[in-house]
Design a protein around this ligand. Structure first.
Ligand code: SF4
Length: 350
């Protein structure tokens, strides 16, 4: 997953994108209340991308892609050709799959590992049925737990380097399970990701926010919530190419309604879109500190799951190193200026 985390150069004309997110299907069979597809808040037609359309996209992204997410708003394993899609991408890029695992039996786990999926995210948001189904409405926790075992068995059988990331959204009703969760997976070949929840409203925040502040994504007060993140520094428009099921390319995966389109992959090449007028105008808004309605809405979560987990670890390490060096830096204005320049050169000037 680390490849997805390169330091981005935030300029009007950055390098071609290396991360591609492609919505191969818009639909899901669960009803998670804070998910835009689960709570039916996406008014785009619920579609499945034809395999031939995906092939067309693959031909266009092949020279650039290093990391591909063949899903966005939807459950990727519901696509009947998902394994053919993975097989198309694997020769030139790493593949990430994220699934609720309601349809993942031993045979599918075998196919996932044999297909060479690099990172597989399992959504496990409760250890008992009554905690699990508060959020994963319509799902069964025993299916997820069995799926994790199937994946581990296949990983071991194939001696596969696949990363199995068990993701747990920490909420009010399941936070007491966190110690047990850690214990459960302590000696298993999986990574654990404890994740803060995205919500759609103040009411939802009141219902779901756990007591532990480290899992809060929002500040709350007076009937309002505000995302805790510096959205002006967002890198989505500088490094990720996000394709909706109809081929529209949008500013980021949180643009679930396709509000800010920069082109259509079936009508143009990657570079025509990436360096087109609309993409340049979008980047200019970020570089001048202006945000559009998608960014300022509650939809924005500032990064996808795997990235967020890794980014959080990375940020912590950088922050710790920074804190340790602070006394030295403060004594030396020259070092301070040098660090400022390095930071600007690598991450841009927002
Ligand atoms: S909505 Fe959020 S993630 Fe998307 S471009 Fe705006 S700040 Fe970035």
């Amino acid at each position: 997953m680390k490849e997805a985390l390169y330091p981005l150069k935030r300029t009007l004309r950055p390098d071609p994108p290396r991360i591609f997110q492609i919505e191969t299907l818009l639909g899901c069979n669960l009803k998670c209340p804070a998910c835009y597809i689960g709570s039916d808040l996406i008014d785009r037609p619920k579609e499945i991308m034809h395999f031939e359309r995906f092939e067309e996209i693959v031909e266009k992204i092949r020279p650039y892609a290093q990391y591909v997410y063949p899903y966005m708003w939807g459950e990727p394993l519901l696509h009947k050709r998902i394994f053919d899609m993975i097989a198309l991408v694997k020769p030139f890029a790493k593949v990430n799959i994220s699934s609720h695992c309601q349809n993942l039996d031993a045979a599918k786990a075998e196919r996932i590992v044999a297909a060479g999926v690099d990172d597989f995210i399992v959504s496990l948001d409760g250890l008992e049925q009554d905690t699990y189904e508060v959020y994963r409405k319509g799902g069964r926790v025993e299916k997820v737990l069995a799926a994790i075992e199937h994946l581990i068995a296949a990983k071991e059988r194939h001696r596969s380097p696949i990363t199995i990331l068990v993701q747990f959204i920490v909420m009010k009703h399941n936070e007491h399970e966190v110690p047990r969760l850690k214990e459960m997976f302590k000696h298993r070949p999986v990574h654990l990701a404890l994740k803060g929840m995205y919500v759609q409203s103040y009411e939802q925040a009141v219902q779901f926010m756990p007591s532990r502040k480290e899992y809060h994504r929002y500040t709350m007060g007076d009937g309002h919530i505000e995302l805790i993140a510096n959205r002006v520094r967002c890198g989505a428009a500088f490094g990720t190419f996000t394709v909706l099921v109809n081929g529209d390319v949008v500013q980021c995966c949180f643009d679930s309604s396709g509000e800010v389109k920069i082109g259509n992959i079936f009508e143009s090449t990657v570079e025509e879109i990436w360096y087109g007028e609309r993409a340049l105008a979008l980047r200019e808004t970020f570089l001048t500190g202006r945000l559009n309605s998608v960014c300022t809405s509650l939809k924005c979560g500032m990064g996808r799951e795997g990235e967020m987990v890794e980014a959080t670890l990375l940020n912590r390490a950088v922050a710790q190193a920074g804190r340790a060096m602070l006394p030295v830096i403060n004594r030396s204005p020259g070092t301070k200026e040098l660090l400022r320049r390095v930071y600007t050169a690598v991450w841009g000037n927002a």
